[in-house]
Design a protein around this ligand. Structure first.
Ligand code: ZN
Length: 242
């Protein structure tokens, strides 16, 4: 199965809702608490997601006007966006999260078919059609809703999104050094329409890992997970994903 544009639009909306719901109850202390990402508070995560919406809105502007506007002017600008979260009061940060998400959604809703086909450049330097923007946003909001550490887990994300994310991460990891892996989801059948098996080329005999799709996804993206190898040993450590 491969993801469609409509899938990505749906996941981006759903992930945004999850993120906003997770953040809605946070006060200053709640935002100051650690997130699931090493060294980042929840405020860092929220600010990063808000700044990401603005950065992706730059790509939407590029698609709408043809005027090249990169996601971030510089790595420093990206870092400053994350730091900004710490200086804001809880209400302001939540409002930034909501407002930036609304503006991105509005911008995307206004793009015509021709504009969606505009070639834009991602923060990682890849040239892609603007139709990839909803997928980039889906990844951010869905994964960081979990990272926020308020109780959302990978098991709360739709199976078709998880499978698309596994496809994406396996594709990315295939071109980098790492252990050879064979990943098999135990909770998706041939009728479910989602992929159930991923092979990751790499060093050594492939290590076979089986588990629920949400655990495989958490593992591949470098998040906490319950996976062990078939012989009970811990799953091999992976390098950072992005
Ligand atoms: Zn991110």
């Amino acid at each position: 199965m491969s993801r469609t544009f409509d899938d990505a639009r749906r996941w981006a909306r759903l992930g945004t809702e999850l993120m906003l719901e997770a953040a809605a109850g946070l006060d200053d202390d709640g935002y100051a608490a650690p997130s699931a990402l090493p060294g980042w508070s929840r405020a860092h995560v929220a600010a990063h997601v808000a700044a990401n919406a603005e950065a992706l809105s730059n790509l939407v502007h590029w698609a709408a006007t043809g005027e090249p506007t990169p996601m971030y002017a510089s790595p420093e600008e990206r870092a400053a966006g994350i730091e900004r979260g710490r200086a804001l009061l809880a209400g302001e940060l939540t409002e930034w999260l909501r407002g930036s998400a609304d503006a991105l959604e509005k911008g995307m809703a206004a793009l015509g078919e021709e504009q969606w086909r505009t070639r834009v450049v991602t923060a990682q330097g890849r040239t892609v059609p603007a139709t990839e923007v909803p997928w980039l946003r889906s990844r951010e909001v869905c994964v960081h809703a979990v990272d926020l550490g308020t109780g959302v887990s990978f098991a709360d994300l739709p199976a078709d999104f998880l499978a698309a994310l596994c496809d994406d991460v396996v594709g990315k990891r295939s071109s980098a050094p790492g252990p050879a892996l064979l990943l098999e989801a135990t909770d998706t059948g041939p009728d479910s329409g989602t992929a159930t098996r991923w092979e990751l080329p790499g060093q050594g005999e492939p290590v076979r890992l089986t588990g629920p799709l949400h655990d495989l996804t958490a593992y591949l993206t470098g998040r906490d997970n319950g996976l062990t190898a078939a012989d009970g040993t811990p799953a091999p450590t992976l390098a950072a994903w992005l």
